[in-house]
Design a protein around this ligand. Structure first.
Ligand SMILES: NC(=O)c1ccc[n+]([C@@H]2O[C@H](COP(=O)([O-])OP(=O)(O)OC[C@H]3O[C@@H](n4cnc5c(N)ncnc54)[C@H](OP(=O)(O)O)[C@@H]3O)[C@@H](O)[C@H]2O)c1
Length: 291
């Protein structure tokens, strides 16, 4: 599979990585099935797994997805040292909801817990999950800079950020990657300039929810433009959309989630799909209803 740079100071990874969230939130599969899905993705060649401490059901379940990823890597027969694991800190799951806590002391505790859950001495890529409105960005990023200086994390990433926030964070520590939402349904990363900016700086752009997320992705097979391109090429609607996202810039890496082996393998196949300029334009100009 094609590899792309995860950003300065970070390794190259396959342009399609695995998004771990659906394996650990509501409607998650049995853990044995989840490990099978992860193994199928790795066997098919994916070298990036994206996880987070908060991919779980609630604050008493923190680290569920990280522990699952660690178990899958331990039990995998391939070369687990080649697999890059990206995790995140700075959020909490009170009563199963989503909240922020990116105070420096909390980020440090979260990173220590992630190291333990992942069963490793160093995290390949540690991402600030989102900017905490109660904590200056500089304080949160300063904590990540300290963790990097101490050798607990190899590379620092940001998530859910604007161009000005990337610039501010870059004053403090080298930012390797940015993870923001990008799909035909949600294009703010293109319109707000984050994809262009990261491309210009050589920063990796991890496109999250690249097929629209758990609900909207189900509408893709019925989308007239996407379905017609899929039929023409003999591929899935999801593969068409992943190829469209990957085509937006050479630094874009997609991290689709999957709870089934079939979906994970279909996403791997998307790496080989090439859309014509006409197909790209048709999707660019199409409406994607959020209803
Ligand atoms: N940084 C952040 O704030 C943030 C936020 C959201 C997500 N993320 C990351 O991004 C990853 C992906 O986002 P997401 O899970 O929200 O949304 P997504 O990848 O757009 O969609 C996930 C769902 O789409 C289905 N799907 C994916 N590829 C498919 C294919 N090729 N064919 C058919 N169905 C397919 C899967 O269904 P099944 O489950 O039925 O297989 C999957 O659960 C997450 O897992 C997480 O790692 C990050």
């Amino acid at each position: 599979m094609e590899e792309r740079s995860l950003g300065p100071g970070a390794p190259d990874v396959t342009c399609v990585g695995f998004g771990g969230m659906p394996l650990s939130v509501a409607a998650r599969p049995d853990p044995r099935e989840s490990v099978r899905v992860l193994h199928a993705a790795l066997d098919a060649g994916m070298t990036l797994i994206d996880t987070a401490d908060v991919y779980c059901l609630g604050d008493d379940d923190i680290g569920h997805n990280e522990r699952l990823v660690a178990k899958a890597l331990r039990e995998w027969t391939g070369d687990a040292d080649r697999i890059v694991v990206a995790t995140k800190g700075g959020m909490t799951r009170p009563a199963g909801g989503w909240d922020s806590d990116a105070r420096p002391e909390r980020l440090r505790a979260a990173c220590e817990a992630s190291l333990k859950a992942l069963g490793t001495d160093v995290i390949d890529l540690y991402q600030l999950h989102r900017v905490d409105p109660e904590v200056p960005l500089e304080d949160s990023v300063g904590a990540l800079a300290d963790l990097k200086a101490e050798g607990k994390i190899r590379a620092v990433g940001l998530s859910n950020v604007s161009v000005s926030e990337i610039r501010r964070a870059s004053e403090i520590v080298r930012i390797s990657s940015v993870q923001n939402r990008l799909s035909p349904f949600f294009r703010e990363a293109l319109e707000g300039g984050v994809v262009d900016y990261t491309e210009g700086e050589g920063i990796g752009f991890l496109a999250y929810s690249p097929v629209g997320g758990g609900r909207l992705n189900l509408k893709l097979p019925d989308h007239p433009i996407v379905a017609s391109i899929a039929r023409e090429k003999g591929i899935s609607a999801h593969a068409v959309v992943l190829a469209w996202v990957l085509g937006k810039a050479p630094n874009v890496i997609v991290i689709p989630g999957a709870r089934t082996t079939a979906h994970a393998l279909d996403s791997v196949a998307a790496a080989d799909v090439r859309l014509t300029p006409g197909e790209v334009k048709a999707i660019d100009e199409a409406e994607f209803s959020l209803a």
